[in-house]
Design a protein around this ligand. Sequence first.
Ligand SMILES: Cc1cc2nc3c(=O)[nH]c(=O)nc-3n(C[C@H](O)[C@H](O)[C@H](O)COP(=O)(O)OP(=O)(O)OC[C@H]3O[C@@H](n4cnc5c(N)ncnc54)[C@H](O)[C@@H]3O)c2cc1C
Length: 197
Amino acid sequence: MFERGPHVSFANCGLPYFVGGEIAEQDSLLVQTPDSLKARFNLDVRINTEVIRIDCPARRIRVRELETGCEYEETYDALILSTGASPLKPHIPGIECPNHFVVRDIPDVEKIMEWSKHCQGCRSVVVGGGYIGLEMAEQLHRHGFHVTVVEALPQVMTPLDPEIAASCLIFRVRSYPARPRCPTVLPPDVPVLAFVL
Ligand SMILES: Cc1cc2nc3c(=O)[nH]c(=O)nc-3n(C[C@H](O)[C@H](O)[C@H](O)COP(=O)(O)OP(=O)(O)OC[C@H]3O[C@@H](n4cnc5c(N)ncnc54)[C@H](O)[C@@H]3O)c2cc1C
């Protein structure tokens, strides 16, 4: 198994809670490690190693060790491509900036936590009010940030019916201590819904 990142089998679902401090130890995010997979399943797991070429007729891959730059080849009988997904970065002018972050893996949240050390009580904006956006909003708020969520659709949490999403939102907003700036609930026909936790 080749993994270009530094971890295998980590708990993506815990990443926002690590940012907020509910999960205190980074090791708690690691479900399996190369050593545990070796011991349990006799798997040969090579982390920090990227597959950079596939020679299909020869059933051969070329890999690069990212820490050393060293490249080598391995052969296979069957190749499983399970390369996952990466966060969608829409073509918004200015999207690339050092204080813009995505949340996909442990190095991503390490960057957020490093930045947040120097920015206590800052304002943060979460773009996208789906599961991950709302979890991040909750945890950034817990971390002491003023958080605004911006969602292009008329409601957050689109897998839910609008009435249920709205009641969740009102419940959550009300569950936070009163602040001088009240949450703004816009009419449902407003294309951008923004609220302050
Ligand atoms: C913040 C967050 C919270 C989530 N919460 C939940 C949840 O609560 N419940 C739930 O069911 N799902 C949740 N998910 C989704 C879940 O994590 C994904 O559905 C799941 O990780 C997909 O698994 P995968 O193996 O397909 O891809 P991935 O987990 O993305 O694994 C693919 C791996 O392939 C590696 N890779 C890619 N290209 C190469 C290459 N060329 N060479 C070597 N390695 C390569 C990548 O580095 C990556 O580690 C969450 C995701 C995130 C980001």
